[in-house]
Every structure is written in C-alpha cells, then in structure tokens.
Ligand binder design. Sequence first.
Ligand code: CAA
Length: 262
Amino acid sequence: MSETSTPELIQVRTEGRVGIVTLNRPKQLNALNDQLMNELGAALKAFDADDGIGCMIITGSEKAFAAGADIGAMATYSFADVYKGDYITRNWETIRSIRKPIIAAVSGFALGGGCELAMMCDFIIAADNAKFGQPEIKLGIIPGAGGTQRLPRAVGKAKAMDLALTGRMMDASEAERSGLVSRVVPLDKLMDEALGAALQISQFSQMAVMAAKECVNRAYEGTLADGVMFERRLFHALFATEDQKEGMDAFVNKRAANFKHA
Ligand code: CAA
C-alpha cells in the first residue's frame, strides 16, 4: 500500500487526539500478512506525524487480536526466500520507530506474531477473553518477531520458556499476574478502557509523553546506569518546554493545565 491509498485489511479512525487502527481480516482471524503489516505501518507513521494525534490504539476483533503471521503465505517459503528477502517480519520494524505511545487493546487470540505485535506496543489492555501464546513450536519454527526476547522481559524466563516450548496459551488473568498486560477488563468494556487511557495520555504534554516512552524503553532494552543517565538528560531537557512551565504554573495556581504540546 502506498501512504495515500485506502487500506483494505485495517480500519483507521480518530477519536479526539487518539488514532485507532482496527485489524480487519476477520475470516483469517487477523493473520498478519505483508499487506496488512504494510498498511498498519503506514497508518501508524501517519498518526505519528500528525500534530493532532497524541496516542494510538491497535485492536482487533472480539475473537482475535491476531492469530499470528499468515501461515498459508509462508508455508512454502525456503530458507533462501526468507533470509535473502528478510521476509515475514522486515516491515514490522516500523512499529518500533513510532515515537508516540501505542496501546494494544487485545480481545480473543493474540498468538505467535499476534502476541509479538501486542508486545511491540507500549502496553497491553486485555479483555477477559484474551488468550496469549507463542505456538510457533507446533509449526516447526520459533517466534520470529521478537517473541523470544520480549516475552522473557515481560513475564520472566520460566513462564516464557513454558509458553515458547509447549506452545500453550495463557488466559487474561494469568497474563495480568505475569506482568504481560497492564489491565484486564470485561470484553464489552475493552475499547472504553483503552480509549480512556489513550485520551488521558493524549492530553498531556506530547514532548513529556514521548520522553517518558523513550526512557521506559531504555530501561527495558539497556543497562540501569545508561538508563538513569538517559532519563536525567531528558528530565532536564523538558525544562526547556513551554508545557513544563504551564504544567507547574497550573499546579501552583490550583488550575487545570492547558498543554500546547510545545
Ligand atoms: N495464518 C493463516 N490463517 C490462519 C491463522 C494464521 N496464523 N490462524 C487462523 N487462520 C485461519 C484458519 O486457517 C481458518 O481459515 P479457514 O476458515 O479458511 O479454514 C480461520 O482462520 C479460522 O481458524 P480456525 O478454524 O482454526 O479457528 P478456531 O477457532 O478453531 O482456532 C486458533 C483458532 C486456535 C487461533 C487456530 O486458528 C490456530 O491455532 N491458528 C494458528 C495460530 C498460530 O500458530 N500462530 C503462529 C503463526 S507463526 C508466527 O506468527 C511466526 C512469527 O513469529 C512471526
């Protein structure tokens, strides 16, 4: 898909300062093929570049957030196909380049690449019917979009090994207990909950929000000493923004802050 063509496998809408992408390949349980991932990447990049958007949500259907990479599309690939072409997950890297927060609102299956896509988002809010897993082992492969790296960081080695080696699914309450998801809500409240969080985030100073995302990711990806220094530099840098003056003046004068995202 070019950046300007109409997407076919996702739906895109906005709600206030929130950009919402709904994966929309229902017959295949939102299996993630090249076209869908290109469309998703283009939509997220457009939201990231839009000053009217402060936060994004990726969601799926009630039955499936996404049941993984498209098995039919990759079934006949050879090693040379996937290695030379860097197939299947090359266009997933776009998601990591997005600087505004992305919330995954997950109901139903989040399996294989679906679980990995959710983990690439900044946090996961799950419906009580959500099921997470890395079942690639059953297909004679392993996770290929960061699952073996992000899952242990989220849930620890024991549970990550259990899931990656047995291919079993874990339900929403186990996922919350293990730290994979931040909140679990009834299915019919999922979008309200995700939208409430996203609207709240999108009202805050955009530069402070982006700095917080960068810093937390630094903790997730680097050493403590590096992360603390990185955080201190960004903390100091935010004192150069108008929003810091506004936020603190509002607190001191007991009024609501009106951030300009500047
Ligand atoms: N790829 C392609 N098609 C898929 C799919 C996938 N990952 N998952 C489901 N579908 C399709 C099914 O083939 C089926 O299509 P048809 O109706 O044309 O037969 C349709 O979606 C509905 O699926 P089921 O009939 O299987 O539905 P179910 O409710 O009985 O089972 C399920 C649901 C447990 C999620 C099951 O579909 C399933 O196990 N799916 C595969 C999950 C999986 O292995 N994911 C990992 C993929 S590999 C990967 O993701 C690699 C990576 O790390 C990037």
